[in-house]
Design a protein around this ligand. Structure first.
Ligand SMILES: Nc1ncnc2c1ncn2[C@@H]1O[C@H](COP(=O)(O)OP(=O)(O)O)[C@@H](O)[C@H]1O
Ligand SMILES: [Mg+2]
Length: 301
């Protein structure tokens, strides 16, 4: 189960904004996503409560009878939002189950200093230094054409950490955080430029999330109708040119994550249309199908 964590010691660096967007991106890909906080405040739960039920579904941690937080049954992808200041044992415990860390970094000397300290600590963890948990930086609230973006890029290079690009400063992110939506949930018209900024980030994450690379957009070619192919509904329908209404980009990922019949979990392209996940209340036996280590400090006494 791919686990993506958004980490930076500095509060206000854009971790929750990034985590909510990543969860919504995966949900919009038709995947069963959990968005969970690695702290007691559980602030993304508040965001999830704002989220309209008609949007692709994202579930929070499940809680068992002992108030221990678990990944709900049926979830295939996890995004973790983390608190500012996370370090030491808490950081190491969170990394134990994580496959990729994204670090949003604003450009100021203080932000870079704080992020560099966090990266240095991450590099001491065998899971990160060995590459089992990948790490990359995203410039936050920056204009890609500015000197500031260049400074941040060079800084990331000096640390030998991939720099995936920048997300610009815009009120769209502020509004999204307030209302339970993301740029991935809305009709991509005026925000094409913003969605473009996510592309290199998503490209980096796709293999980690076991999603196929996005196909290169080819100019539309009008195909001549092939000879000897019967019209749909005519005799010999096994040769019908109509194969499936499912977007081809979803198929390889689903066949990789769903055991048995790949359509048995995702009966539609979107999780929102399925009934297979009961997110919040999970009894101990059903929650045990996935035994992600939940940090001790998440357990409520
Ligand atoms: N790219 C952005 N443009 C404008 N505002 C942003 C952007 N990213 C984050 N913000 C705003 O900055 C504030 C802090 O972001 P948040 O994601 O909560 O940071 P963190 O979780 O690291 O504390 C929030 O009000 C959020 O809406
Ligand atoms: Mg936050």
């Amino acid at each position: 189960m791919p686990v993506i964590a958004v980490i930076n010691r500095k509060g206000g660096s854009g971790k929750s904004t990034m985590a909510t967007h990543l969860a919504a991106w995966l949900a919009n890909e038709g995947l069963a996503v959990m968005l969970g906080d690695v702290d007691r405040q559980q602030s993304t739960r508040v965001w999830l409560k704002q989220r309209d039920e008609t949007l692709p579904k994202i579930v929070p941690w499940a809680q068992d009878q002992k108030n221990v937080l678990k990944v709900p049954t049926g979830v295939t992808h996890v995004v973790l939002d983390t608190p500012g200041g996370m370090h030491g044992f808490d950081l190491a415990r969170a990394i134990m189950s994580t496959d990729a860390v994204l670090m949003p970094v604003c450009n100021s000397l203080f932000d870079r200093e704080s992020a560099a300290t966090c990266i240095a600590e991450l590099m001491t963890l065998p899971r990160v230094s060995s590459g089992r948990c990948k790490l990359a930086i995203v410039g936050m609230r920056l204009d890609a054409r500015t000197k500031a973006a260049q400074i941040l890029r060079e800084w990331a290079q000096s640390l030998n950490v991939p720099f995936l690009g920048v997300l610009r400063e815009t009120q769209l992110y502020v509004k999204a955080l307030d209302s339970g939506v993301t740029l991935f949930d809305q009709v991509p018209t005026a925000r094409d430029a913003d969605l473009q900024q996510w592309e290199p980030i998503l490209e980096w994450l796709r293999p980690i999330a076991k999603l196929p690379a996005k196909p290169v957009q080819q100019p539309a070619v009008v195909q001549a109708k092939p000879l000897n192919v019967p019209e749909p509904g005519f005799a010999n329908s096994s040769q019908s040119p109509v194969q499936s209404s499912r977007p081809p980009s979803l198929m390889p990922a689903q066949s990789a994550i769903v055991h048995g019949d790949r359509l048995s979990v995702f009966s539609g392209a979107r999780l929102a249309t399925t009934q297979s996940i009961e997110p919040i209340v999970v009894n101990r036996s059903s929650a045990s199908t996935y035994s992600m280590q939940v940090p001790h400090f998440l357990q409520r006494h």
